[in-house]
Ligand binder design. Structure first.
Ligand SMILES: [Zn+2]
Ligand SMILES: [Zn+2]
Length: 252
């Protein structure tokens, strides 16, 4: 499996960067996890947009779904009409997305994308990958994601403050992609729905995650400070996400 970081900024992009998104390629299957603003440009460096098996949108915040709009228009006007791309998302997400489109475009949304509402406890299958969701604690409905391949496990926190679902999602994961939006000095500010570096380190430790990929750091902060704070307590390997970073798991 190859994981490519499409975007990793929290809330708004760094100069030249993009908001959250990840491409997972397992054999012939291409799965996107979150698709924030700026991700599509980076996706197209790796794979054709007509060659996606599915997209997961963990919650309806623009830094996690914003590039569904350019993808929608690309598919809407694609001559071969490869419509009906599966999008696993909170129920009603497509309707919410379509609200800002004109009426002529809006009617195409449910034809271009096929919404599969996320239900806690369900197991979803995309290619050979098994996907399981755990509710987050964030101002809107959202889910952490556990993805199990043939011989690898990846988890992704999405946006959340510390919650029990993180330990379940990331239990013994080979790689835990975890938000660390704030440094420790901003613990109070983080409490409305995000994590600090120390909280991300604790979540990874509690879950027994073997390695940690830090994402969703606000561009206001220096990622190196976040990483050094994580390394104070987390004993596994922790690295910073950046656009274009590729990691191989499970032998491929
Ligand atoms: Zn976010
Ligand atoms: Zn959010």
């Amino acid at each position: 499996m190859i994981l490519t970081v499409l975007g990793c900024s929290g809330t708004y992009p760094r100069p030249g960067g993009a908001c959250n998104g990840f491409l997972i390629q397992e054999g012939e299957t291409n799965l996107v996890i979150d698709f924030g603003n700026g991700c599509m440009s980076n996706l197209l460096k790796q794979v054709e947009y007509t060659n996606l098996a599915g997209i997961v949108i963990t919650h309806m915040h623009i830094d996690h779904f914003g590039d569904l709009y350019p993808l929608f228009y690309a598919l809407r006007f694609f001559p071969g009409e490869p419509w009906g791309l599966q999008v696993l998302m909170p129920g009603g997400g497509l309707e919410e997305m379509g609200c800002i489109l004109g009426a002529d475009s809006r009617e195409y949304v449910p034809r271009v994308f096929s919404e599969t509402p996320i239900v806690k406890g369900n197991i979803y299958q995309v290619g050979d990958m098994k996907i399981i969701f755990h509710p987050t604690r964030h101002p809107v409905e959202g889910y952490s994601v556990r993805i199990e391949g043939k011989n690898w496990i990846v988890a992704y926190s999405s946006d959340t403050k510390p919650c029990p679902g993180l330990a379940e999602a990331a239990d013994s994961a080979d790689l835990f992609i975890c938000e660390a939006t704030f440094p420790v000095s901003y613990t109070k500010e983080a409490s409305f729905g995000h994590m600090t570096s120390a909280q991300a380190a604790k979540a990874a430790t509690d879950a027994g995650a073997k390695s940690l990929l830090l994402t969703h750091i606000w561009p206001t902060f220096d990622p190196r400070d976040i990483l050094s704070e994580v390394n104070e307590t987390y004993e596994g390997e922790a690295i910073l996400a950046y656009e274009g970073l590729q990691l191989k798991l499970g032998g491929r």
